[in-house]
Design a protein. Structure first.
Length: 524
């Protein structure tokens, strides 16, 4: 008799079910209620498959996103799918170890609101999901880029799109999987933010076996190409992005490279637009020549940008490949993913800073600016061309001595200095000696600000030196030079600074000297 009772109890334990309450919020196609009010979506299919193997009796509990998190924290629900992992959330919830999905955020805008990077969100009204990882990350990145979007926190992505259609906001941030029929007034941008991993969150201290079953179930499903995992992914999440699919062989770097190439193209169009607008506004011939000079230098500027971006893009390429390999091997841990994210963020900030430097340089001066530390003028100029010198083995030496605060047209001064540095760089093309460029700044006995740019690139012939400041005189081919650089530098110094530019050359050494009376650059 006891044997039969034992068998009966064993049989019951094998087929007994556990009641598990799972939160469900409206975030199609990952998880939602369909038109018949039935749970549907990628994560619902996963839960159903794991529940069947684990003998769970699943009860889906509908709630809004923030409400779901509160219910999970209080124990009113046991499991919450589709939760982006973060250290701060780990303090509130338990998470399973196996990654269910990778995700990122995209930006939607009104069609007439151009957004090509996160920088364009400055002062824009932006809808974000309340207490979401996207919101937390966007606020952090906004601080890094020193921009101030006006955030409106909403309870659902659907609400964000409603506000966008009603023209009550300028942009909406949603995850890349979210599907919404787009009105003609809404467009999807190329801006990509905040890559995250999605897991199952559990109430803190919940049944440890649930976490184990989630991990085991996910691993089993992901290891079988014919499993519910891949069928659900094909049904619900098919996108043009080759991400999170172990059969994909397209490296992430093409995505990053494409984004940055697009960003560079957009930058060129914006710079061209600025120059065209300025050209129409300028009336005097001297000002028109200044714009022409900057336009002629555009090819050189693009080369400088390419040099500045070379190292950050190489690092982004390395990190992207590491992420791809780790993802295929299934070894990405939260702390390692955080390290990848920090590396990517650092390099992206560096790229954005480079864009800002070039953008600021091309802004037309409207008024004089106070320069408390004149060394910043040298540093800002070298930030535009320094990588070019570094990559070609040209040593840069600087010496700045006892210069008082200056009050001048900053960009015009940088324009002159950049012209001289770029000429020095080009002069080294046919010289393989130990290359150096020296920039020295000091105040001389006549109370003039002196800035010298010296190089050992081979010197200048006397015949050339006699014509070097004439307009349209150039020693370059017509395709490589306009002859306006030094002429415009001399003109800028005379007209804006009451100064002058001179040159001396002895042997292999050439030195251009900027001389400006201090009285014209130290007072408003």
């Amino acid at each position: 008799m006891g044997k039969y009772i034992a068998l009966l109890l064993l049989s019951y334990s094998l087929y007994a079910t556990e009641a598990v309450k799972v939160g469900i919020y409206n975030n199609p196609p990952k998880i939602f209620f369909d038109t018949a009010n039935r749970p549907a979506g990628f994560f619902v299919d996963l839960i159903d498959a794991i529940a069947q193997e684990s003998h769970w009796d699943v009860h889906f509990v509908p709630c809004q996103w923030e409400e779901c998190l509160q219910k999970l924290e209080s124990g009113e629900i046991d499991i919450m799918p589709d939760v982006a992992y973060s250290k701060s959330r780990e303090a509130r919830f338990d998470f399973n170890d196996e990654v269910a999905l990778s995700s990122w955020s995209v930006v939607y805008t009104r069609s007439k609101t151009p957004v090509s990077s996160i920088l364009d969100l400055h002062a824009q009204h932006v809808a974000v999901l309340k207490n979401s990882i996207q919101t937390e990350a966007l606020k952090h990145e906004s601080a890094l880029y020193d921009i101030k979007p006006i955030f409106l926190e909403v309870d659902s992505f659907q609400r964000a799109f409603e506000l966008l259609k009603q023209k009550k906001i300028d942009a909406a941030i949603v995850n890349n999987f979210y599907n919404e029929p787009l009105a003609s007034t809404i467009s999807k941008t190329t801006v990509v933010l905040n890559p995250v991993v999605l897991k199952f969150a559990l109430t803190k201290g919940a049944n440890a076996s649930w976490k184990q079953r989630l991990d085991e179930g996910l691993k089993t499903l992901k290891n079988d190409p014919q499993s519910v995992y891949y069928r659900a992914k094909a049904q619900w999440l098919d996108t043009p992005y080759p991400v999170d699919n172990p059969t994909s062989r397209a490296p992430w770097i093409f995505g990053f490279g494409g984004l940055f190439v697009l960003l560079l193209i957009l930058l060129l169009f914006r710079l061209k637009h600025r120059l065209n607008t300025a050209r129409k506004a300028l009336k005097e011939a001297e000002q028109l020549l200044l714009i022409q000079s900057r336009s002629a230098a555009m090819g050189e500027m693009i080369t400088m940008i390419a040099h500045q971006w070379k190292q950050p893009l190489a690092i982004l390429s390395t990190v992207a490949n590491h992420i791809k390999i780790d993802g295929e091997l299934g070894v990405v841990k939260p702390e390692k993913f955080k390290g990848y994210y920090d590396d990517l963020s650092t390099q992206i900030v560096d790229l954005a800073r480079t864009i800002d430097h070039f953008k600021d340089y091309l802004k037309p001066n409207k008024a004089k600016e106070q320069i408390d530390d004149p060394k910043t003028l040298i540093d800002m100029t070298l930030s535009l061309i320094g990588k070019t010198f570094e990559n070609e083995g040209i040593e840069v030496r600087t010496s700045i001595q006892d210069i008082p605060p200056l009050y001048l047209y900053q960009n015009d001064f940088i324009h002159v200095l950049l012209n001289l540095l770029n000429n020095a760089h080009e002069a080294f093309a046919h010289h393989s000696v130990h290359k150096y460029v020296a920039v020295r700044a000091f105040v001389d006995a006549k109370n003039c600000l002196i800035v010298e740019v010296e190089d050992n690139a081979g010197g200048i012939d006397n015949e050339v030196k006699n014509h070097i400041f004439e307009p349209y005189f150039t020693t370059k081919t017509k395709s490589n030079g306009t002859g306006l650089g030094l002429y415009m530098s001399q003109s800028i110094l005379k007209n804006y600074f009451h100064g002058m530019l001179s040159v001396t050359s002895e042997g292999a050494i050439t030195c251009f000297t900027i001389s400006i009376p201090l009285e014209h650059v130290t007072h408003p």
